[in-house]
Design a protein around this ligand. Structure first.
Ligand code: PEP
Length: 250
């Protein structure tokens, strides 16, 4: 039985001071224990938020990392630095990093290998853009991103990865894939993972949906058989909305 995982991706929003106030408010809420809850905050917040989350059921996540442990990589953050601050999850391959910062599948794969070697749990984002959807290339694009992303990962390592299916046309646009559309594509991802590893593996790997998830549409998405949670951008920046998202079953 796969446990649902709901992760908030704050992106480049809030100051560290505002982030602390947000987490203080969130810690006062009664949050469901039936789902894994992750907050992926900016690097500058990891230290303070990490301390605040100690002893709570919420997990700390980062939004990116470099693959090397240290060295002359001005402006980058290493897996060791994340581990030192209590980070458990790290988003890798987000479409904004692919498109705005030219991250390709090879680099994302190196980051994935490094995260796993250091005991971090990657949330690997995959997804097609609008043109690719409209020209019938969804499966081709996803298959390529998955095969490249998981290259050289052992079955054991790969089982630690959470996949986030995020159609680019649905991110921050208010357009959500319909429940059935998301389910159909996530089923394809699961099937592909079965081909890459085996059927037991594909039954166990968690696959989230991401793209304009909000309190009004979460239930329908979470009721789909193959959808194991959500990666949430905009709505994770509002305490009440995030509370409703993680408590969608209550
Ligand atoms: C995201 O950034 O991962 C995301 C899904 O954003 P939003 O929920 O705002 O569409």
């Amino acid at each position: 039985m796969r446990k649902k995982i709901i992760a908030g991706n704050w992106k480049m929003n809030t100051t560290a001071t505002e982030g602390k106030v947000f987490i203080e408010k969130l810690l006062q809420k009664k949050l469901s224990e039936k789902v894994d809850i992750v907050v992926c905050v900016p690097f500058t917040h990891l230290c303070s938020v990490g301390k605040m989350l100690k002893g709570s059921s919420m997990k700390l996540g980062a939004q990116n990392m470099y693959f090397d442990e240290n060295g002359a990589y001005t402006g980058e953050i290493s897996p060791l630095m994340l581990l030192d601050l209590g980070v458990e999850y790290v988003i890798l391959g987000h479409s904004e990093r692919r498109s705005l910062f030219q991250e390709d599948d090879e680099l994302i794969n190196r980051k994935l290998q490094s995260a796993l070697a250091h005991g971090l749990k990657p949330i690997l984002c995959v997804g097609e853009n609008l043109e690719e959807r409209e020209t019938g290339k969804v499966q081709k694009v996803l298959s390529y991103q998955l095969r490249k992303g998981f290259d050289n990962l052992s079955r054991q390592e790969a089982s630690q990865v959470v996949i986030a299916y995020e159609p680019i046309w649905a991110i921050g646009t208010g357009k959500t894939a319909s429940d059935e559309e998301a389910e159909e594509t996530i089923f394809f991802i699961r099937k592909t993972m079965g081909e890459m590893y085996d059927s037991e593996f594909s039954e166990n790997i968690r696959i989230q949906y991401g793209g304009s998830v909000k309190p009004s549409n979460i239930k329908g998405l979470m009721n789909m058989k193959n959808i194991d949670g959500a990666l949430v951008g905009g709505a994770s920046l509002n305490v009440e909305d995030f509370e409703q998202l993680v408590n969608y079953e209550l």
